[in-house]
Design a protein around this ligand. Structure first.
Ligand SMILES: [Zn+2]
Ligand SMILES: [Zn+2]
Length: 148
C-alpha cells in the first residue's frame, strides 16, 4: 500500500481530477471494498483496457490501491477525496433544486459539470445556504467547509 499521496486534503482545489476519474472514484466509493475491474468496466460502460489504464493512473497518485487480477480499492486518501466528491454533488444538487429542477434533473445536470466546480466555490455556496445537512442526493458533511 502506498503511504504517500500527492493530495493533502487541506490543499485540494477540487479540480485535480478529470470528469472520468471523478466517476471512477465515486463508483469505488459507492461499491466499497475491493471492486473487480470487470465490474468497473460494466458499471461505467468502458472497455477493460481503459479501466485498467485509469485505475493505474489513480493508483500512481495514491488514491487507489490496485492489484492486477484482484481489483481496485480506495486508499485512505482516495476515500477522503471521494467524500469531498459526494459532498460537492449533494451541495450542487441542493442548489439547483431551488431553481425549479426535479431531483432527477438536478442529479443529471450536476453530474455533467460538477468536476469543474472548485472546492472554494463549494465552500462559499455551502456557507451561503447555511451549511445544510441534507443535499439533493444525500447527506452533506461539513468536514471540508472552511467554517471560519
Ligand atoms: Zn445525484
Ligand atoms: Zn458547509
Amino acid at each position: 500500500m502506498l503511504d504517500y499521496c500527492m493530495f493533502s486534503m487541506k490543499e485540494i482545489t477540487g479540480l485535480e481530477l478529470s470528469p472520468k476519474k471523478v466517476e471512477y472514484l465515486k463508483l469505488l466509493f459507492r461499491k466499497g471494498g475491493v471492486v473487480r475491474t470487470t465490474d468497473i468496466s460494466s458499471s461505467l460502460k468502458v472497455d477493460p483496457s481503459t479501466t485498467t489504464k485509469t485505475i493505474s493512473d489513480l493508483a500512481s497518485i495514491g488514491l487507489v490501491d490496485y492489484t492486477p487480477y484482484r481489483g481496485a480499492e480506495l486508499t485512505e486518501a482516495g476515500r477522503k477525496y471521494a467524500e469531498f466528491l459526494v459532498n460537492r454533488h449533494n451541495i450542487l444538487t441542493l442548489m439547483l433544486s431551488h431553481y425549479g429542477l426535479s431531483s432527477e434533473e438536478t442529479c443529471e445536470e450536476v453530474s455533467r459539470f460538477e468536476s469543474f466546480v472548485s472546492r472554494s466555490a463549494i465552500d462559499k455556496i455551502c456557507c451561503s445556504m447555511g451549511h445544510p445537512s441534507v443535499g439533493g442526493c444525500g447527506r452533506i458533511d461539513h468536514a471540508f467547509c472552511d467554517v471560519s
